[in-house]
Design a binder for this molecule. Sequence first.
Ligand SMILES: [Mn+2]
Length: 331
Amino acid sequence: MSVTEAIQQAIQQANQILVVTHIGPDGDALGSLTAMGAALTQQGKQFSLVCDNPVPRRFGFLPLVNQVQRSPDTAVPYDLLIAVDCGDTLRMGKAYANLPEPHPSIINIDHHITNTQFGDINLIDPQGTSAAEILYRLFHDLDISFNADLALSLLTGLVTDTLGFRTHSVNAQTMKIAAELMDAGGNLDVVMSQTMTIKPLSTLHLWQLGLNKMKMEDGLIWASISNEEREAVGHKGSGTVGLVNLLANVDQAAAGAVLLEMNDGTIRVGFRCRPPYNVSEVAVNLGGGGHALAAGCTLEGPLAKAEAMVVALTKESIQQQEKTLKNGHHQ
Ligand SMILES: [Mn+2]
């Protein structure tokens, strides 16, 4: 049985489906979550859509977003869990950690290269630009019709994880999928303006802070922001809202990092780089994960200690990679 057939059978046989996306949700997380909701609605299935963090306001335009709940229903005996855009079970937060035993069987749909294959069925494609792109292919194979709701959700995942079709992973196929989703009623202008262009003032204040604090040494550009500073500018959530991209796109930098101290004292670290560099290894070494060009991890405080560790390990990783690149023709 192919993975697609196995997924089809598991969904057909399930009565109560729990769909979960990752904490600190981005456009791909919420687009994939609501797309799965739209597809399950078409199939007449009972489901809950769960994200163990509030939905950021800018994603309010997504279909079914009002159905997204913070935790699974305790009274519902879920017999299938579908995880979307989650590299490991920790990324589901309490939505998974607090699930009563026996756990339902798991379908794991993702595009992170560091995915731990935690599902009973795993549909993982690290080449995929987004979890939404993998869902697009799955729904295509399952003959699910791309109505406007489904198209808008998938287009949101595609647009946001590619930073508006600008990442290295974008190819002609990505654009064909986007075109098809637009034909099906997905409004690109809405997605672009809501997720890429319009920003809350707090985002620019965080950038202002980050640009004031940025340092660059040995190919690494980084900024480290304390909880006090973060709260003073009204930053909510755990993402760097583009600051890490802004830094890492500096021509002279091999890699960029942003450290954000959260109010529980943990440090959220985002890494970015451009080819031929890779930041997923350093993120994995620090207990996190992600993609070659975009990765992250969570560290224990204090901030200065986390910063020293991140800076030392990332510089070392850059140096190693430069050595390997220089000797590339010998391998
Ligand atoms: Mn994603």
